[in-house]
Design a protein around this ligand. Sequence first.
Ligand SMILES: N[C@@H](CCC(=O)N[C@@H](CS)C(=O)NCC(=O)O)C(=O)O
Length: 203
Amino acid sequence: MLQFFYNTAPNPMKVALLLEELEITYEAIPVETRKGQQFEPKFLAINPNGKVPAVVDGSVSLFDSNAILLYLADREQKFIPTDLKSPDRAKALSWLMFIASGIGPFSGQSVHFRHAAPDPKEYALNRYDFEAHRHWKLLDDHLSKNTYMLGVDYSSGMYTIAIVLIRLVATTYQAGDSASPVAPNSHASTNWVDPPNRLTPTA
Ligand SMILES: N[C@@H](CCC(=O)N[C@@H](CS)C(=O)NCC(=O)O)C(=O)O
């Protein structure tokens, strides 16, 4: 059975969400990162980066949340265009990496410097806030012209792993500092998923 190493922070939760959506049977193995379990040799053998999430699926071992999401979507051939050379697959990969390297980390740092960092922090806060908002604006502009991330006609409304990710990042970001005024289209749930509200957080 697939083993899923996790804590309840945003990156592992992206994987949990997709595992559930894909209805994959898995064993959830908590890693107590506050107690340093991520640095134990047996976990470092799975993820040398010493962070959750990580997954072991038979002989396959993966770390880094977006790599895991891509693997799972490909494994099940769901939530991502499967034709490797299709324009939509290319678009999905671009948005996936945009989230992994842009909107996710910049939003995370923005929230950190606003709510957790000790003073002085103004320079860092301005820097990360600016970049986070720039990314959200870009996404919002895209969604103001397209009903779905990959366009109106894509796969009879099926959403993609990119949407799952953005929705979760949006939720996380909102928890620290509402992005709604910055990116109203990005927070209109009908623009994110089909059926509407499927991934809308309840709290
Ligand atoms: N790029 C990694 C980041 C993973 C990451 O930062 N994980 C956090 C939880 S969201 C973690 O393990 N923190 C504990 C630590 O850094 O020691 C991914 O997307 O999986």
